[in-house]
Write a protein that binds this ligand. Structure first.
Ligand SMILES: Cc1cc2nc3c(=O)[nH]c(=O)nc-3n(C[C@H](O)[C@H](O)[C@H](O)COP(=O)(O)OP(=O)(O)OC[C@H]3O[C@@H](n4cnc5c(N)ncnc54)[C@H](O)[C@@H]3O)c2cc1C
Length: 504
């Protein structure tokens, strides 16, 4: 548990995009070493010219597309696209081949702006770029990365990325399913023994790389667990059974695209343009930001919004963050509650605080999260640590709006580091128990102070004796969620849903 927490907090220092970039850079260094010692066929010169071409073409085409579309370019994702293409396309040094690579990079970046739905791209840009130049046909995918020597580092990087993007289950399902199918398919040709087929499928076929670096792409991956299962299976089947249309072989890059199309049909996330209406300080270390969208915002209470906030001199944590939505669905107004550590905080949070009324922010998606059970007669126990209260605010306020005859039985355990850190007090219809070092001076009706205590099995048993019958949700930092989940299980609670605030 301790190791996992350390691992989480280490990964929390770096944004998902920065993590993928760093992992790709490490693999690129390895590619040059393998090329220099003759393990991969392509010369260091071909690698260097391909890399330079892809980086320049990707950066410039992304910038140009953004200028044409009048949006802010997200340069980091253009760099990732170039680095991915480096491992997928044929390395080249002849000018005409380099032009083809540049075209692939251009197509990849253009797809981000042209093949979109409600502000989000639909297809994995790198997969689209290489698929287009394959279909035209100008070249085909080489999957340089599918060389056994890369496997240990690729596997490690893929694991870390999938863990960080919370897509480990999806990635593992994809790899396991595609690996099994691909092995069976090879053996069934009669040319390979089982040993060769197993080794070839894992070492010389790009399944692990595709899982970690492409299947995991957050904007094309659905948030719903079952949708992810469907997408992983679709991608695995197409990756395991590449088929030819005319003279074009539809390999793993097409499998990713087919999965993206299925994900697009299934997912309900969308991009939103938001205008800041108000910023309010909730506690000494937290703020509420209220935005207005052009149309009513549709989401399920408990879901979160991903905000992209381009700003100068961004730190390693990057330009995107997720925040649970605190407002109720169906209104044009969308609000979030944000913890801003007093001593030292990220450049993202500084930029957020510096926003002025009327400033616009891009929400790149609404997704995930924990929903109250559909059946409103099921009693609920909510456990919040600090700013972890946010998803519950929307759930409680929405439940109160719908209440009437179907009033829900909700108990909230609210743990704060100081009474002044109670961020939300308007939580109608809920029994609230506050845990904090000192008692709050005055509390709303229905609230009780239960002392300077940690949430352990004893507290749960004494305050919520029927906890085992309740549907329980825990929200807060990963450390808080982990500790409380253990205590809840100790108290006999079985139905626990969690929402850790990664990196907080
Ligand atoms: C599904 C989901 C929902 C979420 N909902 C919410 C929500 O409703 N409200 C909310 O506040 N958060 C929420 N989060 C967490 C949020 O997205 C951020 O990850 C979190 O607030 C940390 O923000 P930050 O990276 O800007 O760091 P900060 O909050 O600014 O800092 C966190 C810690 O990191 C340190 N730190 C800051 N910058 C750096 C740096 N450059 N290098 C090293 N250390 C640094 C700080 O000293 C501090 O100790 C949610 C996360 C998820 C995954």
């Amino acid at each position: 548990m301790k190791i996992r927490r350390r691992f989480d907090s280490l990964l929390g220092q770096v944004s998902m995009y920065r993590l993928v970039t760093l992992a790709l850079i490490v693999l690129i260094i390895q590619a040059f070493v393998l090329s220099a010692i003759g393990i991969i066929f392509y010369s260091p010169t071909a690698l260097a010219t391909s890399l330079a071409t892809l980086l320049i073409a990707s950066y410039v085409s992304n910038w140009a597309c953004a200028a044409v579309m009048r949006v802010h370019p997200h340069s980091e994702s253009a760099i990732i696209t170039a680095l991915l293409l480096f491992f997928v396309a044929f390395p080249a040094s002849a000018p005409i081949d380099l032009l083809v690579l540049a075209f692939a990079a251009f197509a990849a970046n253009a797809s981000k702006y042209l093949i979109t739905y409600r502000g989000k791209h639909v297809l994995n840009p790198a997969a689209f770029g290489i698929a287009l130049v394959t279909v035209v046909p100008l070249t085909s995918a080489a999957w340089l990365i599918a060389t056994p020597a890369f496997l240990p580092l690729v596997a490690l990087a893929s694991f870390v990325i999938l863990y960080r993007t919370r897509a480990l289950g999806t990635g593992l399902l994809f790899v396991a399913f595609a690996f099994a199918l691909h092995t069976v398919q090879m053996v069934s040709t009669g040319f390979f023994g089982i040993g060769d087929a197993l080794w070839w499928s894992i070492g010389s076929y790009p399944l692990v790389f595709a899982a970690g670096f492409m299947v995991s792409e957050p904007l094309t991956l659905p948030s719903n667990r079952w949708h992810r299962v469907v997408v992983a299976v679709v991608m695995a089947v197409f990756a395991a059974f590449p088929f030819a249309v005319g003279s074009v072989l539809l390999g793993p890059e097409f499998a990713i695209l087919f999965g993206n199309v299925v994900a697009f049909v299934l997912r309900r996330q969308r991009g939103l343009n938001l205008r800041l209406v108000r910023q309010t300080q909730l506690t000494p270390t937290s703020y509420e930001f209220e935005f207005e969208a052009r149309n009513a915002v549709d989401f399920v209470p408990g879901q979160y919004v991903e905000l992209t906030l381009p700003h100068r001199r961004a730190d390693l944590r990057g330009l995107r963050r997720m925040f649970s939505i605190t407002s109720v669905p169906g209104s044009q107004r969308l609000s979030i509650g944000v913890k801003v550590p007093a001593d030292h905080h990220s450049t993202f949070k500084s930029a957020l605080l510096e926003l002025e009324e009327g400033d616009r922010v891009q929400a790149t998606g609404i997704s995930g999260g924990m929903a109250l059970p559909d059946n409103s007669t099921i009693p609920v126990l909510l456990v919040a640590g600090g700013i972890g209260i946010t998803p519950f605010v929307s759930q409680i306020r929405t439940a109160a709006q719908l209440a009437g005859a179907h009033e829900r039985d909700i108990v909230l355990l609210y743990s704060v580091s100081d009474p002044s850190e109670i961020a939300y007090t308007e939580l109608p219809g809920v029994r609230v128990y506050v845990l904090s070092p000192t008692a709050p001076e005055d509390m709303p009706e229905g609230w009780s102070y239960i002392g300077d205590r940690r949430i352990d099995a004893e507290v749960i048993a004494s305050v919520v004796p029927d906890s085992a019958q309740r549907h329980t949700m825990v929200s807060g930092s990963t450390g808080f969620v982990d500790t409380v989940s253990v205590s809840l299980r100790g108290a006999g609670v079985r139905h626990i849903t969690t929402d850790p605030f990664f990196g907080s």
